[in-house]
Ligand binder design. Structure first.
Ligand code: MSP
Length: 522
């Protein structure tokens, strides 16, 4: 058992409201942390919001409100969305928090005292979408930012610069000698190539050009670059302080995984690592870069009008709990690949896996147990751990843990569903209803017991994805809601367990397509 697990997500810009792209990342992260909590008592998840920078300043100005008002308004939208999706973070940090601002200044000062920050006059192309200067080589043939399709602004300023070039070789060595550092590994070459062409980076902006930010210590004419401010959240949130770091920081750092989108790997695997090296801190173990979610195969954008909030999807399908959406998002893409959301595939996937496969399996088995055995498990029904299903249950739980260790979240979900598939086939093949008809009651009882034990395994393995459905499964099995992996030993359902007819309920009701379509039209 690991003694601690520290996971962070990217912190979202609050110049807009949460959409399903943000939700995708927080769901993946939440699924990982819930899984880790099944294995260790000290698993900690940090999320937050990135509240400084020119984008927020401009959006607020357009709306005629202060940047802080805009941040407060949108922060509460993020908080609400994460509550709806049952994101179980331990802390949500805002970069406008006083403690964060204080420590970011300390960090800047320490980098300056180390000789890693110097002042320099510079002309560059700034993309406010990226909140970053762009290398002219990386622009599209029309001179646009490839990610935001916007022409970057030419900016000439005297700024503070960070000696990124000093750390170039050390970072390359670290990446090459730590195969688990960048996940998925297909991204490694891309980062090593970017590292080849790296230059020192500007880590401040003049106050005239960016007012909404943390002041450079002892130089009120400059604002700290928003990425230095933002990346530092991973340590300020858990009590880092250049003088006297907290016990929590000492326990949790280094971070086990930074969960981020593929668009911001450079900031995490190059900039952040150089800052940590300069601060003399340990480096994160893994940067897990997930792919992007499109809507009906198009990139989400305000101009296309296809930005969907997670709550809209739950409302559209009359879902009170987020389980189905969480499950779908987790399996929408295989590791690091892009995924797509469409109403149609959402409905198909969750109906097939959660209602038809897992839900029905439990339902019909419990009904048979009530019909043939008054819902009671007798000692002689209990099967030994060497049956094919029992062995497969144990192997599947190992596969799931293994997938999580490799951040193959969609693959972990697939392993659970494929196990449920096999158990369904086992029911069809053994036909307990025929065994009952032939009065082979002990054989019939053993089949039902085997399936219910398999269901118990499914509940535990499904828990990080669908916490409510997993809870309902255990509750119908009359088992207390303990989802720790150490409960997974064959034979956990003990004799005397009693299921009453009236307690049998579908754990997931099929999404009704007509209802959803009607609602959309209306
Ligand atoms: N504020 C920075 C991150 C700073 S981390 C120290 C930022 N914010 S963001 O709001 O633009 O994005 C937040 C996260 O959401 C990023 O990891 C980004 O990749 C992710 N996503 C934003 N849109 C997305 C999709 N359409 N699909 C999947 N993830 C997406 O970047």
């Amino acid at each position: 058992m690991q003694d601690k697990y520290y996971l962070t997500t990217a912190i979202d810009y609050v110049n807009g409201v949460p959409h399903i792209g943000h939700a995708y990342e927080k769901i993946l992260a939440d699924i990982i942390i819930r899984h880790k909590r099944q294995l260790t008592d000290n698993a900690y998840m940090l999320t937050g919001t990135d509240e400084h920078g020119i984008k927020i300043q401009k959006t607020a100005a357009k709306r005629g409100i202060t940047p802080k008002q805009l941040c407060d308004e949108n922060f509460s939208q993020f908080e609400k969305a994460w509550k709806t999706l049952e994101i179980s973070y331990d802390k949500i940090i805002r970069t406008t928090d006083e403690q964060h601002k204080k420590v970011v200044k300390q960090i800047f000062k320490k980098l300056l005292l180390n000789g890693d920050i110097y002042k320099h006059s510079y002309t560059g192309l700034y993309c406010s979408g990226c909140e970053s200067f762009l290398n002219p080589k990386d622009l599209t043939p029309d001179g646009l930012c490839p990610d935001h399709q916007k022409k970057p602004e030419e900016v000439t300023e005297e700024n503070y610069f960070f000696r990124l070039t000093k750390y170039k070789d050390k970072i390359a060595d670290y990446i090459k000698s730590h195969p688990d550092f960048i996940v998925p590994s297909i991204r490694v070459n891309e980062i090593l190539n970017q590292l080849e062409n790296i230059e020192d980076i500007s880590v401040s902006r003049t106050r005239e050009s960016v007012e909404w930010g943390i002041e450079v210590p002892d130089d009120p004419s400059q604002t700290i670059y928003v990425w230095i401010d933002a990346l530092s959240n991973y340590i300020t949130a858990i009590g880092y302080d250049t003088e006297n770091p907290s016990d929590k920081f000492k326990t949790l750092w280094p971070c086990d995984v930074h969960v981020i989108g593929k668009d911001i790997i450079k900031f995490h695997s190059i900039y952040w690592i150089a800052i940590l090296m300069s601060l003399g801190l340990e480096l994160p173990k893994t940067i897990f870069a997930h792919g992007w979610i499109t809507i009906d195969r198009s990139k989400m954008s305000k101009s296309l009008g296809n930005v969907i909030a997670p709550k809209d999807i739950l409302d559209e399908f009359h879902l009170e709990k987020p389980d189905a959406f969480r499950y779908y998002m987790a399996s929408a893409a295989l590791i690091g690949k892009d995924g797509n959301y469409s109403d149609e595939s959402f409905k198909e996937k969750v109906n097939a896996d959660l209602a038809n496969n897992i839900g029905n399996l439990l339902n019909r088995t419990l009904n048979m147990l009530v019909k043939y055995f008054n819902g009671e498990i007798k000692p002689e029904f209990i099967t030994t751990p060497d049956s094919n299903i029992a062995v497969l249950a144990n192997n599947t739980s190992k596969t799931v843990i293994d997938c999580f260790n490799k951040f193959e979240i969609g693959e972990a979900a697939n392993a659970v569903v494929s196990f449920a598939d096999t158990v369904n086939k086992y029911v069809t093949d053994t036909a307990p209803w025929s065994l009952a008809k032939e009065n082979k009651m002990l054989e019939c009882a053993k089949v039902l017991y085997t399936v219910l034990e398999a269901m118990r395994y499914i509940a535990v393995m499904l828990y990080p994805f669908c916490p409510n459905i997993a809870g309902d499964i255990l509750s119908q099995l009359n088992i207390k809601p303990d989802f720790k992996y150490n409960t997974l030993k064959w034979g956990g359902i003990s004799q005397g367990m009693l299921i009453k007819k009236e307690n049998i309920k579908p754990v997931f009701v099929r999404l009704d397509s007509e209802l959803a379509l009607d609602k959309k039209k209306g």
